[in-house]
Design a protein around this ligand. Structure first.
Ligand code: UDP
Ligand code: MG
Length: 330
């Protein structure tokens, strides 16, 4: 714990996930260091601030580069995961490592796509009392039409399904250690960090920035992984898809009922071949009941699913008989 820091300046840890980034790290690491130096130099943050690289079990020379950086300069530090777990888990590992060592973290990708200079504004908002500062893209000019369209549709669907999510905010954000402490009570395994932080609450702010092209190397988010993340996002925050099945089941039951009446009328009027009426009645009845039952069962599974997450049921961030926990008191 950094209790010795109570009267000093806040400690910042940058949390930077890296997976097979040997092409980009030598280019972006100096930029992170430059920003850190400027933040320290301007008196905003403590000299004890650090740049934490999280190696997501890269198969190339990434870990070697991180080790070399940490030997060169004490501001660079690194942790390495035992196997590749994906971007979200790498960010979580870094945040949990940093939680007790610093007053705030800023998570950012290592490829230089997110504007590193926006950190200054984020830290200023933290110093003004914000506990979470979301980095929001001011535009999507650098994206292809396809990416822009799918991203926008994704945010729209998620919002209409009831998830609290910020359009065009990915994982570039500042989070105070107090929020991280509360966040550590979110025990879910399928991570979709950008949807989880709004659930924590606390005072939040936004900083707008322009997103650039990757400095080098290739994206690790091909279409397949993007779809996976989108499905995780939707199913982790909403049981609406199950409700939709219930609604369809209900509608199918009504249609089935109408179908049955129609089949009986047709039979009475002798406009059918033998056996047709009973067939249609059975199909209509059963398909409606089946879908409806699926929905009902799904509703319970949805409840069980939400329960198994063991999310905290409340988070208290202030008490009248206690001083605010924020370690940094400026
Ligand atoms: N990343 C990771 N583990 C993975 C895939 C990616 O830690 O399995 C890191 C990667 O090194 C980068 C960040 O997550 O810092 C975002 O990945 P990328 O830039 O490839 O995604 P994009 O920006 O194209 O969506
Ligand atoms: Mg990227």
């Amino acid at each position: 714990m950094n209790n010795d820091n109570v009267a000093g300046k806040p400690i910042l840890w940058m949390v930077i996930p890296c997976y097979n980034e040997e092409a980009v790290l030598p280019l972006s690491a100096p930029l992170f260091k430059k920003e850190l130096d400027e933040l320290i130099g301007s008196g905003r943050i403590s000299e004890k601030s650090r740049i934490l690289f999280v190696n997501d079990s890269s198969r190339d020379g990434t870990w070697g580069i991180i080790r070399a950086l940490s030997e060169e300069d004490e501001h660079f530090i690194g942790i390495s995961q035992s196997r590749n777990r994906g971007h979200q888990n790498a960010v979580l590992a870094g945040m949990m490592e940093a939680k007790d060592q610093c007053d705030m973290i800023i998570s950012i990708d290592c490829d230089g796509q997110d504007d590193i200079n926006a950190m200054t504004e984020m830290v200023d908002k933290y110093l003004d009392g914000a506990e979470i500062v979301y980095g929001v893209r001011s535009g999507r000019e650098t994206d292809t039409f396809f990416k822009r369209f799918t991203a926008q549709s994704f945010y729209k669907i998620l919002k209409s399904f009831g998830a609290e999510i910020l359009t065009d905010h990915a994982d570039y954000r500042l989070v105070s250690s107090e929020v991280l402490e509360a966040f550590s009570d979110f025990r879910e395994v399928n991570l979709f960090l950008r949807g989880m932080f709004p659930l924590v609450g606390y005072r939040s702010e936004r900083v707008y920035y322009k997103r650039n092209e990757r400095m080098a190397g290739e994206s690790h988010y091909p279409l397949k992984k993007m779809i996976r993340l989108a499905i995780d996002g939707i199913t982790s925050f909403s049981v609406k898809p199950i409700r939709i099945i219930t609604a369809i089941g209900f509608a199918a039951s009504i249609l089935g009922f109408i179908g049955i009446i129609w089949a009986i009328i047709a039979a009475v009027m002798n406009r059918t071949v033998a056996g047709w009426t009973s067939m249609v009645c059975i199909v209509c009845l059963l398909s409606g009941i089946q879908l409806l039952s699926l929905g009902v069962i799904g509703e319970y599974i949805g409840k069980i699913y939400m329960e198994t997450k063991q999310r905290p049921r409340y988070i208290i961030n202030d008490r009248t008989w206690e001083e605010r926990k924020r370690k940094y008191k400026g």
